[in-house]
Each structure stands twice: as C-alpha cells, then as structure tokens.
Design a protein around this ligand. Sequence first.
Ligand code: PMP
Length: 295
Amino acid sequence: MYYKEDSIIFYNGKFIKASEATENPYSQSLHYGNGVFEGIRAYNTPNGTRIFKSEAHYKRLKYGAEVMNIQFNYTEEELTKITYELLERNGLKDAYIRPLITTGADMSLVTSNETNLIIQCWEWGKYMGDKLLRVKTSSFQRPNPKACFVEAKVTGHYINSILSTNEAKQNGYDEALLLDMNGNVAECSGANIFMEKDGKLYTPPRGHIMAGITRSTVIELCREEGISIEEKHFTLEELKNADACFFTGTAAEVVGLQSLDTYEFPLAWEKSHGYQLMKLYKDEVLGLRQKRKAS
Ligand code: PMP
C-alpha cells in the first residue's frame, strides 16, 4: 500500500527506489525510538500541486531534532524543494508525505552522531475516514510534559498513541480520547479535539498536547469566519455535556464524532461548526479561500 516497485523515496541526499532502501539494524531509532518524523499533505489544487504549510511542518521536524540533540542541518526551504521534487518523481499530486529522521548505530543512551533523512510519500485518503467516529476514553493518559517534549514528533512518543488506539479498537470503537495527567481532556491519539457548546468552540490549550498545525489552521479559520473559539481546559464531564465535537489533524483533516463512550453528541453534524469548518478547511488547503479573498 505504501510503495510499489517503482516508488521513489529521498534517502540521505539521493532519490532511490523504495524497494532498494536499507536501514541499519543497530539504529538507535529502532532500539529506543530516538527519531523524529512529520506528517504532511500535498493537494492537487487548481494552481497545481501544493504542499500545505510545508514550512510549519519542517520547522516542527527541526524543533524535534533539536530537542533530541539530533544533528540536522537542512533548512525548511531545502526540505520543501526536495519534497516537491519527490512528489513529481512519483507522479503524485494528492499525497501524504512522511519525512523521518533516524539516528545511527549506537547502543548508548546518548544521541548518536549519525543522522539519516528519509522522505516518503504515498496516496492516502482521510486517515479516520469520512463517517462520524465512535470514540472511547482511553485508560492511558497523555505523557507528562516533564517526561518528554510533548510538542516534538519523536517516534518513541507514539507508543502512547499505539497503546490507546489498540485499546479503543479492541473494544469495538474507532478512536481513543486521552486525558492529560491532571484529568483534563487532552487529544486523540493522532489528532486534536474541539468541542462545541451553545454555539461556541473550545479546544485544550498547549501544554499537554501536540500543537497541531491543523488545530492552528482551524483556529485561524474560526477567527476569520467569526466563529467563537476559546483555548481552555475542560473535563470529560464537560465534554459529555457538549453539543458536538470534532478532531483535527493533517492525516484526519476535520472529522466529526458521533459518540464518546455511551454519550451521543446531540447536535446534527451538518448543523455544527465542525461541519462548516470541515468544508472551510478543504477550501483552505486547496488555496480557494486565498483566491476568493484576493478577488
Ligand atoms: N496530536 C497528535 C498526537 C498527533 O500525532 C498529531 C499529528 N501530527 C496531531 C495531534 C495533529 O497535528 P497536525 O495537525 O499538525 O497534523
């Protein structure tokens, strides 16, 4: 699904066939999860292929490398240029892009001096699909921000996401909702959360969550469209009293929730701000809003 015989990846300065790539079995990324990655989308727009917020994604990749002491010298501009070339070499216009920095062979617990950059891309529909999600509150919490850099997309951090998603799916749900160490609502295993109550939106502030680029885009869209939005902590009890709820993420885009545990969100999805924002987000990534503003 991710690659075919002729798929190309960028690997340490070269474009090579995905089927010919090799990784070191002694890599610190494999043993300890010391690597950093990104999830980016490119869209086929009326003005050609457009990588959405490439700069912001590569900035977050570089931040992750920096906090993990991983040597990484590419600039955001260089990475963006390489990614456009990669899409072209793969003949892809609508694509999910996965840059990954891995570390070298080193069994000590100090970051290896060897760094590898891999960029892959493939066609990928909306990660959580289009139908409304049935979500389970996870028994796992988001990591303590004093235990790691929660805003860095470090590969090892995703064990928490895998544990919670496995648990949700094993219990017959679509996705997991995680609370933070203080018992406040934090986020989904791979997406941020917004709830709607009495016409107003709320989303947890930064601190215990991944500061999603889609989350920022949705907040900007709310401000532009006059939808009331507040970044504020809320509890599970408050969420189970909300009118509607949705998740945001690069892979998931904007996707609505049907239920949380046994609570059914009462407002029809089509009447919620989430539905409106799902459509606005689509226009934004396709560059259609900019066009309208300019004309
Ligand atoms: N939370 C987590 C834990 C994530 O992995 C992601 C995906 N990067 C998000 C939220 C959403 O972030 P973004 O909108 O930048 O894709």
